[in-house]
Design a protein around this ligand. Sequence first.
Ligand code: HEC
Length: 449
Amino acid sequence: MAGHLLRAAYAVSIMRSMRIWMLTLAAPLVMGAPVYHGEVRGILENRCVSCHRAGEIGPMPLGTYAEVRPWAKALRQAVSRGTMPPWHADRAKSVTFHNDRSLTALERATLVAWVDAGAPEGTPSAMPPKAPSTGGWRLGKPDLVVRIPKFKVPDQGTIEYTFLVTPTDLPEAKWIAAAEWKIDQRSVVHHINAFVRPKGSSYVSDAPAGQFFVATKASRAARRPDEREADRRELLVGYEPGYWPMAWGEGRAKLLPKGADIVFEMHYTANGRTAEDSSELGLYFAKEAPRERVLTITPADSAFAIPPGADNFASSTGATLKRDLTLLSMQPHMHLRGKSYRIAARYPDGRVENLIDVPRYDFNWQTTYFLAEPKRLPKGTVLECVAHFDNSPNNRFNPDPKQTVRWGDQSWEEMNIGFMEVVFPAGVDPDVVTLSGTTRPGGPAAAGR
Ligand code: HEC
């Protein structure tokens, strides 16, 4: 269902951009410079307004001519520099992504030409502006909404990761076709992860149900010697800057086993004013048993120590496939010293294929990159994740180039995690990969992001 909707929306957007394309070709001949009520408005509606509208993350709305006009110069600069729409994967060195937000060369040229012509309005058409839906769920009405009770965020200070265990108490196992966050106070919610914790898991097993809880490193890292990751916890869905809900696709779902808990890991950050957050997670159940199961794997390296001033420090991790799998999405994760990230597939025949290259990593945009065509990978393939960190004064985000930097939750500490969603037939054993990379106590097993 949600998949259908998304696919339909995608098709419409392709059709729209084709129309824009045709208009643009005709424009210079027929009308001279582009005008807002010609091709410009459609580009902005397709590429900008989803974030640039009331209640969204863009700092100003760009939904009408009056709203856009004062921003024309800034808009020209942002699109010609490529900073807007935000997109950080290098197209030439990555596979193509379903959720690629970047402008085509023609769209960019049209916007620049429009500003250079004085940002003319043109003649308003009768067509009403695309109705922005605010505040609602993008994927439709969820089957189950799990609300995090009000959390008081202080005006200053460091706030430790906070946990909340929510028993699901559903009479049977459920397949989740999609999940979506509705974030209440975006200015203080740095990120929230929702994990599925099967019954009997040792993950934060000392946390009382239904109460905010600061878990110790030991409790977060707890694992019985015989306990497999798939039986311990799985990342269901995370919210972070740049988040966009996506269904996993027709016939695919994540498993919420009978008796499982949802464990929320919240990272609130103080922003100078006290706030109360009560965010929600919406779950969409599959209407029928899925053909394929989706699983998030989280290879990580936590044994690094980045020396003071190092400007290109490398850290690698990875996963070896125990069976044939299909790769659905990738999300590189580092903190403020993150410089670049690359994930490649090393095939059993020795061939290496670049899957994603993020040359200028930006901590503010933790994008999940959804492959336009999910990639089939044979058993024995190694997914190699290579992070580079810049701990020099040249990194404008660097909080302190004099520190030796190690693994840790807070943004002045570091992480290297390559979140990936993989797919395999729904009935098979979920123990599908061997994770490589060095870990140490308090490392990735204890980590969210
Ligand atoms: C995925 C969300 C998203 C999309 C899509 C997006 N923006 Fe933005 N935009 C932001 C955010 C968040 C900021 C403020 C933080 C920043 O600059 O990164 C911003 C900032 C800007 C600014 C800078 C404002 C200033 O203070 O100078 C301009 C201009 C801008 N956007 C234009 C655009 C245009 C034009 C498009 C479409 C072609 C677009 N944006 C698409 C999220 C988005």
